[in-house]
Each structure stands twice: as structure tokens, then as C-alpha cells.
Design a protein around this ligand. Sequence first.
Ligand SMILES: NC(=O)C[C@H](N)C(=O)O
Length: 487
Amino acid sequence: MNYFDQDLTSLHADLVAKKISALELTKATFANLRQVDPQLGAFLNLNEDAALKRAAEIDAKGINPDNVMAGIPVAVKDNIVTKGLTTTAASKMLENFVPVYDATVVEKMRASDAIIIGKNNMDEFAMGGSTENSAFKVTHNPWDVSRVPGGSSGGSAVAVASGQVPVAFGSDTGGSIRQPSSFNGVVGMKPTYGRVSRWGLIAFGSSLDQIGPITRSVKDNAAALNMIAGYDQHDGTSSKQAVPDFTAGLDGNVKGMKIALPKEYMGEGIDPKVREVINNAVKKFEELGATVEEVSLPNSKYGVSAYYIIASSEASSNLQRFDGIRYGFRAKDVKNLEDVYVRSRSEGFGDEVKRRIMLGTFSLSAGYYDAYFHKAGQVRTMIINDFNKVFEDYDMIMGPVAPTPAFKIGDEISDPITMYMNDVLTIPVNLAGLPGMSVPAGFADGLPVGLQLIGKAFDESTLYKAGYAFEQATDVHQQTPKVGGAN
Ligand SMILES: NC(=O)C[C@H](N)C(=O)O
């Protein structure tokens, strides 16, 4: 069974009415996955035995009619630790790593009786925008298998887009949920920094990383965020802000909403076909009674440079723990201690990860710190100020997610700067810690294009409200990709 014709509401109704059991649903999910995923490669490892056992337990105790996630199969990006289930971050360094604890989000999934189906492919340690940096496999875009799925949460976005699971969880440091969601025609939310616990997320850029849901519809996305949001004593940066019900207020009404369209997001470097899709979305919002006005985020253009200094600096520190001693990959036939470090890290990490470690170590080193890391922090403040100024007058910002639709596998991987520029429109949102969502907006030459909605801190609700209204007014989200509908 694929999930193209079902959403969480209808699945939940069927489970409660016992039209299908959680066990039958789980079995059907694996049966379909075995047909579909060999063509796509969204999963790195499956959790089949444990999932079937868990589904039977959930059936035995009964589906809670007030919990829409009960008995629902979900997929999890492979940088989110799962107790007893291999978690590799798509790195040779962690090829055989079986965590001894669950990430807080995974604990919440288990507490909600969601069923973890497996772990999704990604760029190694979440560094990349195409999933081509995985040490293990290539993931293909279900709309055109010669194209990348985006990244770094490419496997999670493909698992949902191809109808294999109704919900997947990714992480977003500079666009890693939103860009693959845009490339695959699904809904992806990067929540406000602090909204979701990072405990158990294998750290990349700790001041930027957030976990968020990927789904086929806005309402499903809101329900999935309900499950994972909230303060966690294990994550000092998680927020005590009250968590609203994100599915409330989805009424299709955006009359009077004031929306800002940054001119920098629609200018040079943006594929004209992407711009056309976004312009049509603007018209749709205006028809629905919102006002859309052009604004400026003048410092956006410095975002990519600042991000690759900040994120790489944080990564160089976070990845020090992979030293060949404590856990993870250790090189064979080593001569001495230094050889353990050097060879384990040289052989265990892929090229992009090494590039970031070197970049980060350089920008943190004495003599360069002020010129790079400190300066990048100042740029970050300017970007935050740009957003604050716009949000004095507007409820929400919108624009494209990425400058282009999905590109061909192999086309950009040898050119890091081109790859980094993919994130030019998503990175500022992470630097400012704001919520950002990709909603399917249309197609360019048969490839999905996402609309990015950016909100005030802790105002995911406005994004869901607007995204829902847009979704109801278009049929884009009902289209299905070439690969996925096996049975
Ligand atoms: N991790 C992310 O959010 C994606 C970004 N392309 C990066 O490589 O850093």
C-alpha cells in the first residue's frame, strides 16, 4: 500500500474503526517499500522486526482515538539516534554504530505509538544538498530518477514523496529539510530554533540545527510537529515557550494577512521558471485576500559566506569526538596514537566532511578568528536585524526555497561553491533561528518547485495557516511522482 490517497486523518479514522490494524498497515508499508525503494534508495536500514512487534503491541492495547499518530508508520533521518537501531549519519565513521539511547524526538514518537519503519539516507553528517555525499548509496528523485532528491534530508523527503511513508523526520542546518521538500514536492517544516529538542541529533552546527517533519500535506505536518515539539531538559537550547496545537487555525482564511516578498529572493540567480511559479503563488495569496508587498533583506547576500564559516566551525568542534578511540571507525594496522587519529579520521570521513573540518578549524584558529568566525557572527546579527525590521510590518515572508528545481545526479557534486549556493534562500532563516516551511507550489518542466514561508520566531502556526490555505486553493500537492505507486 502506498500513501498517496491517505492522510493522517483518514488513516487514523481507519485505525480507530478497525478497518485496518496497525500490524496490517505496517506489513503493507514494508511490502510497498520493497517494491518501490530499490528504484529510489530512500532508506539506509529498516526496522522491520521491531516495527511489526511494536504494531502488534499497539493493536493489543488499542488505538487511542485522541492521538492521530497512534499506529502510524514513520521514517527517521539517519542522524537521529534510535536505541538498538543502527544510526550512521551516512558516514563510514558510524557504519556499525548502534545507539544505546533514543533521541528525545524518537522517545516522543515511541510514546505516541508511532511506528519507526527505518532510517533514511542523507548527506554524510548532513553536509550537502543532494544526498550524493552519503558514504553508502545514491538516492534518486521519484519525479525523475536521473535527478538528485536534494539534501541533506534527501532520503526522508523521497520516502514521503514516493508514498512509502506518510511522515518522515529530517534535520535542517542550512536548508536540509526545506530544499529536499521543494525538490520532491512535499511539505517540510524547519521549526524555530529551540522549538524541538536536539538531544540525540548527531550534532553538525549546534547553533543552527533543528529537527522537523516532512509530509504530503500541511495538516499532517502540523500534527507531526505537535508530536515532537516542546522543552527538553536534555537540550539547554530548547525553549520553554508554550507549544500551541499546530493543527488549530487551519481554516483556509488568509484575508488581511500581510506578506512580505524580499526582492533579493526573486532576483538574479533565480531560475525564471522558479520565479514564475512563485509569482503565481503570490497571485493566489492575493486572490485569497492577503496583501503581498516587496521588501528588502539587504544582508541576505552575505548569508552563505557567514553560514559556511559558522556551521563549519561548529562542525569542526562537534566532529572532534570521532577520533578512532571512543567509538566509531578505527583504522587497522596503526603504528602509534597519532596514526590512530590521523588514519581513522582520514579513512572514516568523506571529502565534504573533511573540507568543512578544515574550513572550520582554519576560521577558529588564532590569527584568523577575528577575521572569519567573529566577523561571521556580526553578519549573522545584521541578518537577524533585517528580518526583525520586516516583521515589524508583516506577518510572514515568502519566496522560493531554492534557486532551481532538482538538478541532475553528478552535475554539481564536484563544485562545492555551486552546491553551497543552493542554500542561499534557506540559510538566512537558520542564521536567524526562524521557522521556515516549504510548500509544493508548482512545477518547472515537470519538476516540483516549493514555496518558502518564513515566520516570526515561534510562529509556526501562521506558516501552517497560510500553507493550508494555499494548499486548499491549488491541486499541486495532489500530483504524484513517476515512481512510487507500485501497489
Ligand atoms: N545541512 C544543511 O542544512 C544543508 C546545507 N546544504 C549544508 O550542507 O550545510
